[in-house]
Design a protein around this ligand. Structure first.
Ligand code: F6P
Length: 420
């Protein structure tokens, strides 16, 4: 029987390998005989404005596919858009399903994190309610690694590799200035309420580097005074102190430390506040209290865009989950998210499975308390053993004039939407 079309979108914060999943969706859909693969521009939000592209206009050969796998950020554009509940706004669902019908879409794949899985959940529920035949599959992605039921998420390994590497480089830089001069550097890492990324700063510890002195995850309540005392004690013993903190650390009142600063009051459609400024707040605080030189380093978007330092394992798994999403849909499944199962650590091996998206959407998976030390200021060896296999290998960028080449729709990425 002739197959219809696939529609794929990217949603939420991007990663260094999100486009490798897009490449996996495209390649597997073509191999399995689907007619066309359309890409939503800016996720479901752009799709509602009928913004989409035919991916074969951009991926014409193996080289394009390889460039796409090495391109950070969302090639198609992304969004943070919350679909209303079905009973709140039936019209929006009618509009989406009309468009799907018009475009002969058989399979809808959404590459995203916990908020984006809410979209898959609602669309697959609506399809069941109305007897629509399209299949809806979630393809996991997030540097935060906070999705339930999957061993880890594509995007995490590469971000962890970047974070481990950059932490090591920052520590070396600090040590170079340590002659008769005390300095404290505070590194701020993304991850919202989960400390998977912040814990990855411990990867820097090894034969040639001591790693950060302390690591604070959001899973443990943060006490500014206690922290200051710990830094003071360390400064009595050494000249250079490097600390990693998660953007999501909170005090015992439940206030994010970043909210103690001015300028972090913007929220997204899911009610998440924009977290920024934790490191600079603490660096200023330490400077005021202890009088030493301090510096705040916020990895910010670099940690999710550093495709030049992507992990080979991560790039390949991202591609694999994209392919598994198409395979699951082709076999008649809907309302699920693809998960990664770890089969072994040494040699590292993994495979894919699927889980009901209702069990994943909107949830958060945290670092187990037993993977954080008793004092709540470092991760344990179990944590390191978990993350280490995920950062292995590289996926060398294709350099043109000395810089990595990316696949783009056009220089700005805006042309087809705004006609500029
Ligand atoms: O969810 C991924 C993530 O990178 C989080 O770690 C971070 O808090 C958030 O996105 C930042 O989002 P935005 O770029 O929309 O401010």
């Amino acid at each position: 029987m002739k197959k219809g079309n696939v529609l794929v979108g990217q949603s939420g914060g991007p990663t260094a390998v999100i486009n490798s999943s897009l490449a996996g969706v495209f390649k597997t859909a073509m191999d399995r005989g689907f007619h066309k693969v359309y890409g939503m521009r800016y996720g479901i939000q752009g799709f509602l404005d009928e913004q989409y592209v035919d991916l074969s206009d951009y991926i014409k050969n193996e080289l394009d596919l390889e460039l796409l796998k090495r391109t950070p950020s969302a090639f198609l554009g992304t969004c943070r858009f919350k679909l209303p509940a079905i009973h709140e706004d039936k019209e929006i669902y009618e509009r989406i399903f009309e468009l799907l019908q018009k475009m002969d879409i058989e399979v809808f794949v959404y590459i995203g994190g916990n908020d984006s899985m809410d979209t898959i959940k609602k669309l697959s529920d609506y399809a069941i309610l109305t007897g629509a035949t399209q299949r809806f599959i979630g393809c996991p992605k997030t540097i935060d690694n906070d999705l339930a039921l999957t061993d880890h998420t594509p995007g995490y390994g590469s971000a962890a590799k970047y974070i481990g590497t950059s932490t090591k480089e920052i520590i070396r830089d600090c040590l170079g200035f340590s002659y008769k001069k005390k300095n404290v550097t505070i590194i701020e890492v993304m991850g919202r309420n989960a400390g998977w990324l912040t814990g990855a700063t411990a990867l820097s510890k090894g034969e040639d580097c001591d790693g950060p002195d302390m690591i604070y995850l959001p899973e443990v309540v943060f006490d500014v005074e206690k922290f200051t005392n710990q830094v003071e004690r360390l400064l009595k013993k050494k000249d250079v102190v490097v600390v990693a903190v998660s953007e999501g650390i909170k005090n015992k009142e439940g206030t994010y430390i970043c909210q103690l600063t001015a300028g972090s009051d913007s929220t997204d459609a899911f009610g998440h506040i924009q977290m920024t400024g934790t490191a600079s707040y603490l660096a200023n605080y330490i400077h005021e209290k202890l009088g030493c030189k301090t510096r705040a380093v916020e990895f910010s978007t670099l940690q999710r865009a550093a495709s030049h330092l992507a992990s080979r394992i991560d790039v390949n798994e991202a591609f694999m989950v994209g392919g598994a999403a198409i395979k699951a849909a082709d076999e008649g499944t809907s309302g699920v998210m693809v998960v990664i199962d770890r089969l072994s650590d040494d040699p590292y091996q993994s495979s894919t499975g699927v889980y009901d998206v209702h069990r994943i959407a909107n949830g958060e998976k945290f670092v187990p308390r037993e993977w954080i030390n008793k004092e709540g200021n470092y991760v344990t060896n179990e944590f390191i053993s978990y993350v280490k296999p995920l950062i292995q290998g590289d996926y060398a960028p294709m350099l043109v004039d000395g810089l990595p080449r990316h696949l783009t729709m056009n220089a700005t990425g805006y042309k087809d939407v705004y006609g500029k």
